[in-house]
Design a protein around this ligand. Structure first.
Ligand code: SAH
Length: 294
């Protein structure tokens, strides 16, 4: 069955009375070429287990299943169960779970779904995700799981550009720095809004997120770093001197000297700092201010 053809998809939608929910980002992928490309770029092998977030009608699920050992597809919308039973009925290596991806433990679910004996089995993630929860999905994958090899995710293009942005550009921000903290990112391709039903108001892009293994940055003061980066981009028009003065509750003159010692120009704005600059500010900050600032 080719659900990615517009005619078949519309038949399924009317047969099962599906009303695409905006709140769950339900825009179904229609284009066979794009589907194939996503799966090719995911470099799956017949040994791979794959987790798909939000299978929808099962279009991408079928392609992943054809090229992997098994797919666990997790969707929040249990009313899709009937249609998925039909669209995936002829495939025996898919498992469905109806739950909120942000609330289940995907590694436990994978182990259970395929009766894996190794609870540390690695897996890949491949998905056209619900765009309204892109950021929580990515951080959930990066912060809470350790067996994921990488994730190939389709998302709103504007968000993909922010993730991949370079210092000095408008798109560079909290998301860029925080994802870089955990992972490398590859921008794979753009996808037009015309490839979906219903047609969304934004274009899309596919990116690959590869967590650093082992972790690239092991910070003593991770909390200080995270809080500083968050503050910096909340105040992105201010200079780093002003931002650090607020964040650390210390006079600007002291901050200026502190940044000079670290070889960072305190008059720069956060969008001009690299992740290494932020790390250096956080890691060198004395726990007790009296230690060496006075
Ligand atoms: N992958 C399909 C559908 C994409 S639409 C395709 O490409 O055609 C996004 C899907 O994510 C929908 O099926 C929606 O029900 C599901 N979804 C939305 N929020 C979710 C959540 N919190 N957890 C799991 N799935 C979710």
């Amino acid at each position: 069955m080719d659900i990615s053809s517009k005619t078949t998809m519309k038949e399924m939608i009317s047969k099962y009375n599906i009303y695409p929910h905006k709140k769950w980002g339900q825009n179904f992928l229609l284009d066979k070429n794009i589907l194939n490309k996503i799966v090719e770029l995911s470099r799956l092998t017949s040994e791979d287990y794959v987790i798909e977030i939000g299978p929808g009608l099962g279009t991408l699920t079928r392609e992943i299943a054809n090229r992997s050992k098994g797919v666990l597809a997790i969707d929040i919308d249990s009313s899709l169960e009937e249609v998925l039973k039909e669209t995936l009925g002829d495939i025996n290596n898919t498992r469905l779970k109806f739950a909120d991806i942000l609330k289940v433990n995907i590694e436990k679910e994978l182990t259970n779904a395929f009766n894996l004996t190794d609870s540390n089995k690695t897996y890949k993630v491949c998905a056209n995700i619900p765009y309204n929860i892109t950021t929580p999905i990515i951080f959930n994958l990066l912060e809470n799981y350790c067996n994921m090899e990488y994730a190939v995710l389709m998302m709103q293009k504007e968000v993909a550009l922010r993730i991949k942005a370079l210092p000095g550009s408008k798109a560079y921000g909290l998301l860029t720095v925080m994802i870089q903290y955990y992972a490398n990112v590859e921008y794979l391709m753009d996808v037009s809004r015309n490839c979906f039903f219903p047609r969304p108001e934004v274009d899309s892009a596919v990116i690959k997120i590869i967590p650093h293994r082992p972790r690239k940055f092991k910070l003593k003061k991770e909390d200080v770093f995270k809080s500083l980066v968050r503050r910096a981009f909340q105040m992105r028009r201010k200079t780093m001197i002003n931002i650090c003065a607020v964040e650390f509750g210390v006079e600007k003159e002291k901050i200026r000297e502190y940044l000079v010692d670290l070889d960072i120009d305190g008059n720069k704005r956060p969008e001009n700092l690299t992740i290494h600059n932020f790390i250096s500010i956080a890691e060198n900050w004395p726990v007790a201010q009296e230690e060496n600032l006075n």
